[in-house]
Design a binder for this molecule. Structure first.
Ligand SMILES: C[S@@+](CC[C@H](N)C(=O)[O-])C[C@H]1O[C@@H](n2cnc3c(N)ncnc32)[C@H](O)[C@@H]1O
Length: 299
């Protein structure tokens, strides 16, 4: 299976799919969300930055070609795509992060479980790879990434040891990097490599910068009453989603000390209570345990 979907039923229910309504799937992956929307009679504009997802979904949805249009692009370009297609949306879904296919394909270099070149790119057309980050970034920049994107408390030791190792020879593979991390973490902890790999992957794919703008852009293309559903997989992503939703659903954003409102900011939507996977889903798919679904409806 290309991807084991997470919070699928909950997110599709939240979208309230209408027959012939147009829905944006910002993160096609294996197409589980798209398939559910098509099955309910909706139309889909599908985006993914990964060529494998595009090829897979183009094949999978061949029989629906009058109801789906697929774009190999970054969802940060969604506004442009929608304006060009002259489309207003009845709903949108973003299922952030990486697919099971990406993490389980050894040669993509995203997992410390397989020995492979340090790549980690979701979109092969881009230049920056994990090997470049690991071998070319300054120690300060590595430290910042590990600290901010990995929330790694041993970031300093890991960055130092990466630089010390690469002075002798370039670090080319996932196993080489994983070994440096394991040797840098002084306490026994399950999967000490996880945070470093997450941090470098986030940097390579520029996963967080501009996410707030993409959310606002997509929201601005919704019709009144339409919903944007976002599934995130770690606290850094979820914080951006939460803060952006809060901003879009808050009327006044003036400094609290001001006696009257001067900002003129208007609430544009209402936010629903966040949804977490059920115990059963986590038992079935442990990767779902960190997922959070957030929903905003446009006024
Ligand atoms: C968790 S998977 C989506 C799975 C999909 N919903 C399914 O059920 O099969 C995330 C997908 O989003 C894509 N992706 C991540 N960031 C993206 C971005 N900024 N623009 C476009 N696609 C992105 C990845 O390439 C990956 O295929």
């Amino acid at each position: 299976m290309y991807h084991v979907p997470v919070l699928l039923q909950e997110s599709i229910e939240a979208l309230c799919v209408k027959k012939n309504g147009v829905y944006l799937d910002c993160t096609l992956g294996g197409g589980s969300h798209t398939k559910a929307i098509l099955d309910l009679g909706g139309k889909v504009i599908g985006i993914d930055r990964d060529e494998d997802a595009i090829k897979g979904c183009t094949l999978r949805f061949g029989e629906y070609k009058d109801r789906i249009k697929i774009f190999h692009s970054n969802f940060k370009n969604a506004d442009e795509i929608l304006k060009e297609e002259n489309i207003k949306l009845d709903g949108a879904i973003m299922d952030l992060g990486i697919s099971s296919h990406q993490i389980d394909t050894p040669e993509r270099g995203m997992s410390f479980r397989f020995d492979a070149p340090l790549d980690m790119r979701m979109d092969k057309r881009q230049m920056l790879t994990a090997e470049m980050v690991v071998n070319e970034y300054t120690e300060e920049k590595l430290l910042k990434i590990l600290y901010e994107y990995g929330e790694e408390r041993f970031a300093k030791r890991i960055a130092f040891n990466i630089v010390k190792t690469r002075e002798k020879r370039p670090i080319r593979t996932t196993f080489e990097l994983a070994e440096i991390v394991r040797n840098s973490v002084p306490v026994k902890t399950p999967f000490p490599e996880r945070r470093t790999f997450q941090a470098i992957r986030i940097e390579v794919n520029n996963e967080l910068r501009g996410l707030d703008k993409a959310i606002k852009d997509i929201f601005s293309n919704l019709k009144s009453g339409a919903r944007l559903c976002i599934i995130s997989f770690h606290s850094l992503e979820d914080r951006i989603v939460k803060q952006t939703f809060n901003l879009m659903s808050t009327a006044c954003i003036c400094d609290k000390t001001l006696p009257v409102c001067v900002c003129g900011h208007k609430a544009e939507g209402r936010v629903f209570k966040k949804i977490k996977p059920t115990k059963e889903e986590i038992e079935r798919n442990s990767r779902s345990s960190s997922a959070t679904l957030r929903i905003i409806e446009k006024f």
